[in-house]
Design a protein around this ligand. Structure first.
Ligand code: GLC
Length: 521
């Protein structure tokens, strides 16, 4: 028998990038009141939870992923009271709230780091990673920042004559998780928010909180020394113990490792994460074979006990409609991807704007603000047609911090909500279908052999069988199913605009270009 799902297994978790969601006060940057004013959008999408990218006080060198105070809200986004109201309003609608917890590094303006850099003898000195330089006067080892443009992962601090480690920007010094006081303090941050009623955390670069304490070079080594060190297991267990002090909470980690067995291990055993974001998936080319292999590999490692988190877009990656835009199929492919995410075994993570099929925005060079080229996928959400709402498309009454993408007139929420064939309405229908179809929530998954162009799988529940199929070709193709499957089915939903629910003959069923379907067998 399939078991009853936890809330985080039932439906989608929707990622809000607060700067770009909705601006309530006209300063051009989205805020918490803006989110509260658009909760109908989330209810209509049937999301189980929202994950908010960081809303804490921050100098914004990395747009909030440089935290200066873990237990407050940046005035740009509002106040702690605004967040409490947002949590209450979401809960009243049955929507959970997940915060982004950034344990690997703070801002260089965080009081911990200000103290740490003040003197070699400060009690907080060892809360960060300080070392003498190499004998040649260079940095202590060969580690580099994850941001290519930032160069080495070390910055020399004149005042105390040592180097400090930063896996990202120099304004994001890495905390020293080998120091138990740091671990304790960061657990305290979790408790602060859990006590306030948040339902869980997305854990930023969680694989980075365990590094080789000997700080050995990466070059020539069999494995990387600057992440995913053996100490990770205990650290994950420690985090999980804190979260488990509170009933019904969930943690999902950003595990940007390309070895799937490592990714799966982060959420195995029932005592680590509930879910781990799988980045292998985000890097896949548009190919049925590539998707089949990747999903199959993950499922084989996961078995029945590890619950997958599927996503194909976030605030760090090109949007699906642009990434897969060969052959002018971007819009159709974005629709197919939405179906795929809702129909796999696991939790779909939907990045704001993907439900609209938005492409990346074109950012003129003088408006670029991110060091790592991630502005295009962070452009503000178009809510209303510019022809009636002005150039910021209902996102703001002021000048948006990033320019909006093209075609806000056609792609905005208001227009799509009024168009039964839009991507927005399709995603709402997908969410509703999943919500009333136990096989799509907790059913088993079996990949089918359906040729080079078509990815197809079965979801089987207690007395329900749903078949999902995605055509990766840009031409129509027949759906060739294994002979032992039923010959007729009910077409529940298609991503092809206008193709209606109907009984279909599977022996003669064809998928249109980039079309995806759900069929009840
Ligand atoms: C994660 C975030 C990214 C941020 C980085 C450093 O990868 O998703 O936006 O820049 O961590 O915190």
């Amino acid at each position: 028998m399939t078991s009853a799902p936890a809330w985080w297994q039932r439906g989608a978790i929707y990622q809000i990038y607060p700067r770009s969601f909705a601006d309530s006060d006209g300063d051009g940057v989205g805020d918490l009141r803006g989110i509260r004013a658009h909760l109908d959008h989330l209810s209509d999408l049937g999301v189980e939870a929202v994950w908010l990218s960081p809303i804490y006080p921050s100098p914004m060198a990395d747009f909030g992923y440089d935290v200066a105070d873990y237990c407050n809200v940046d005035p740009l986004f509002g106040t702690l009271a605004d967040l409490d109201h947002l949590i209450d309003d979401c809960h009243a609608r049955g929507i959970r709230v997940v915060l982004d917890w950034v344990p690997n590094h703070t801002s260089d303006q965080h009081p911990w780091f200000v103290a740490s850099r003040s003197s070699r003898h400060d009690p907080r000195r060892d809360w960060y990673v300080w070392r003498d330089g190499a004998p040649d006067g260079g940095p202590p080892n060969d580690w580099s920042s994850s941001f290519r443009a930032a160069g080495p992962a070390w910055t020399f601090d004149e005042h105390t004559g040592q180097w400090y480690l930063h896996s990202f920007l120099a304004q994001q010094p890495d905390l020293n998780w080998d120091n138990p006081e740091v671990e304790e303090a960061m657990h305290g941050v979790l408790r602060f928010w859990l006590d306030r009623g948040v339902d869980g955390f997305r854990i930023d670069v969680v694989f980075k909180i365990a590094k080789d304490p000997l700080l050995r070079d990466n070059a020539g080594a069999a494995r990387r020394h600057d992440e995913d060190w053996d100490t990770i297991d205990d650290r994950l267990r420690g985090i999980r113990r804190v979260v488990d002090e509170y009933p019904g909470r969930m943690i999902v980690g950003e595990v940007y490792l390309l070895d799937l067995s490592r990714v799966v291990s982060y959420s195995s055993g029932g005592d680590r994460l509930h879910m781990a974001h799988n980045f292998v998936f985000v890097l896949l080319p548009w190919s049925a074979q590539a998707f089949r292999t990747s999903i199959g590999d993950f499922e084989a490692l996961a078995g029945a006990t590890v619950w997958p988190a599927w996503f194909l877009a976030n605030h760090d990656h090109s949007r699906v409609a642009s990434r897969y835009n060969d052959d002018a199929q971007g819009a159709a492919r974005a629709r197919a991807i939405a179906l795929l995410l809702y129909a796999l075994r696991g939790t779909p993570f939907i990045y704001q704007g993907e439900e609209l099929g938005l492409p990346d925005a074109v950012i003129p060079p003088q408006r670029m603000v991110d060091i790592d080229g991630r502005d295009p996928e962070r452009a503000p959400i178009p809510w209303r047609p510019p022809s009636s709402a002005g150039p910021a498309a209902g996102f703001s009454t002021g000048e948006p911090w990033l320019p909006l993408g093209a075609d806000a007139e056609r792609l905005c929420v208001e227009r799509q909500a009024a168009d039964a064939l839009s991507t927005l309405v399709l995603v709402r229908r997908l969410a509703a279908l999943r919500a009333r179809t136990p096989a799509l929530q907790m059913g088993s998954l079996r990949m089918l052999e359906t040729g080079a162009d078509v990815l197809a799988w079965l979801r089987e529940g207690d007395d329900d069988r749903v078949l999902a199929a995605v055509n990766f070709a840009s031409v129509a193709v027949p759906l060739r199913l294994p002979a032992d499957l039923a010959r007729t089915a009910i077409l529940l939903l298609s991503t092809a605009p206008g193709r209606a629910e109907a009984e279909v003959d599977l022996t003669a069923f064809r998928l249109g270009p980039s079309e995806a379907v759900l069929l009840r067998l």
